[in-house]
Design a protein around this ligand. Sequence first.
Ligand code: HSE
Length: 441
Amino acid sequence: MKEPLKLGVAGLGTVGVGLLGLLAEHGQRVADSIQRPIQVVGVSARDRRKDRGIGWEGSTWFDDPVRLATDPGIDVFVELIGGEDGVAKQAVEAALGAKKHVVTANKALLARHGTELARLAEKQGVSLDFEAAVAGGIPVIKTMREALVGNQIRRVYGILNGTCNYILTQMQTEHRAFADVLKEAQEKGYAEADPAFDIGGFDAAHKLALLTSLAFGTRVAFDQIHIEGIQSITQADIEAAHDLGYRIKLLGVAMTTESGIEQRVHPAMVPKHSAVAEVSGVTNCVGIDGDFVNTLLLVGPGAGGKATASAVMSDIVDLARGVLIPPFAVPAAALKPYKRAKLGQHQGAYYVRLSVYDRPGAMASIARRMSDREVSLESIVQRRPRASLPGIDARPVNGDPIPLILITHETTEEAIRKALDAIESDGKVSEKPQMIRIEKL
Ligand code: HSE
């Protein structure tokens, strides 16, 4: 056996407790396997007295994570505090400054400061590993850094937020209300401390920013991501998607185009029979299109203490074995500047839901606005409002708003947006049109 690898673990929330639990259960087995014990010698968290259901008594308690990060007794600083700035950033910078390897699950920190932190780590000759920062237990960072190094990546995409996928799945299968499901996701420990990060699409965008850099060898460019959350998705959209052969998923997509890299997070229609549509609940998936491997789809638990701890442990074991790889696969100095593609030039088909005043000529005027922008329609469904179903008295009267669902053929984002702006300013609809991109999978 070699001498132990000594960890300082900062943050004893869902993931930190998961890591202590994993070491308690499998520490000996891992040590036998890699011929090196792994010891948690120091811990730090906000509240020393809190009952976490697991002991840390064999370790020294540090009130200040920055002190733990630079403690001469540790080899690796494991940052599980979270947050893009503040104490997590100070502690990681201090650890790297003191030539400690860093393992982190902090996607927000890396999405904002990943390039600079990677430079610092490399300058100091230490590692900055973040398997747990993207898609929980799915080993996607390792896959992209190591297994796919022989490929030119064309696109990386996926369901990157378990909370949103859980909400959308429950709305679809159980017809449950959004707020209700979100509360449950929070209770189960899936959601971020501030769940607005989940439902607003920011958490998925943090993860996408990291995948983009790994895929294309570019500097981390979180600020260049087009982000939409799932707040605007209604039961009407979920049902219409089902009727039309789709499911709605919050996707993160990064792809190369002629004008640059497209990075976007938004609800998307995916064909009901695609593998991605089958990914339900808190499960995540990441699809990678490489020129030699073709398409790879990794599916697994995207959140939760145990699955995320499993990913943290894989980084720790790499360090125990002496495996050091640049954080974003290529040396930080060789990361290319990011060039953003114009979203207006995005090519794709679209789902549109309009609430149209039921008057003569309304449909003709909508069709004209679409044709003005050369948007061709693949299908049109004027849905009979529920209130007019047989046996229900309250039939809508002429002039009431009724739902109209359109699916377009492939067009550009600029064309569909301009057509919808014109439809809205014509006064033919009672609310802002809903538009959801249809993703080719
Ligand atoms: N809040 C995140 C999610 C946790 O729901 O996926 C994992 O990053």
